[in-house]
Design a binder for this molecule. Structure first.
Ligand code: CIR
Length: 254
């Protein structure tokens, strides 16, 4: 959770066509752009440098950069998104990663999206999901083993887009999670803080340097996190939420 850089991509006007599991309305690109700028400012306020990439109109979901790669201290891995309409985003992220890392590997065969990967202080958890399959997990496991990391395959609950839709890392051994995900036992051995009932969407937050950046509108969970000693910043996520996106999706952190 200590980073010197982040990579983001500004939303384009095509974001109105972004993927969504259930249609609860069209995002407003203007309001989304404002929220995105507030998110970038929050990242910068910690002293990190944010590399802001230009919108990619041909890929409506391209602002959700997290799904295109995994960044580790030893190198980056280009993902292979399970969502066909998103697969082409990866080639547009590769140049930025090649500038930041000497070692850039890629997933060549299986499917895996960054939203299904949680890096903790001791291991890399990857949730199989509708977007991430066993082959993708196995390929990533071999790559990160080369860099000295151990990877554990877990399962994203049915009906939940990504593993990190339902959890985030708060510090090396503390995880914020929904009760439904924690109930699967995947966090045994960690300290787990639960989001408040009815505030499940607050689970997609990020610890970024001194801050926990969380979506606005979840006051009981915000209290839990700040009572645990973390400094909380809230960002309007009402438009990204219409596309099943949240705080983690909007950046690659390195
Ligand atoms: C999608 O369905 O792929 C996008 N609308 C949302 C991606 C959110 N990304 C993430 O949770 N890492």
């Amino acid at each position: 959770y200590e980073f010197t850089h982040a990579i983001t991509r500004r939303p384009g006007t095509s974001v109105v066509n972004g993927l969504r599991a259930t249609d609860i309305g069209t995002p407003d690109p203007v309001r989304m752009e404002k929220a995105h700028a507030a998110y970038v400012s929050a990242l910068q306020s910690t002293g990190a440098r944010v590399i802001e990439l230009d919108p990619l109109e041909e890929f409506p979901d391209a602002l959700f950069v997290e799904d295109t790669a995994l960044c580790l201290p030893q190198g980056a891995v280009l993902m292979r998104p399970g969502a066909g309409s998103r697969r082409g985003e990866v080639a547009h992220m590769a140049p930025a990663l090649r500038q930041c890392f000497d070692d850039v590997r890629e997933i060549a065969d299986g499917f895996i999206e960054g939203g299904d990967i949680l890096v903790t202080g001791r291991e890399i958890l990857v949730g199989r999901s509708a977007r991430t399959d066993a082959n993708g997990v196995a390929e990533l496991s071999a790559i990160v083993a080369d860099w000295g990391h151990s990877l554990r395959e877990v399962f994203t609950p049915e009906g939940v887009l990504h593993f990190k839709t339902d959890c985030s890392l708060l510090d090396a051994e503390t995880i914020l999670a929904t009760r439904r995900l924690d109930a699967s036992g995947c966090f045994d051995g960690y300290r787990v803080l639960h989001v408040a009932d009815g505030e499940e969407a607050a689970a997609n937050s990020i610890r970024f340097n001194n801050l926990v950046i969380m979506p606005a509108g979840f006051p009981r969970t915000a209290d839990t996190i700040s009572n645990a000693g973390f400094e909380v910043v809230e960002i309007d996520n009402s438009d990204c939420a219409k596309l099943d996106g949240g705080m983690s999706c909007l950046s690659l952190r390195l």
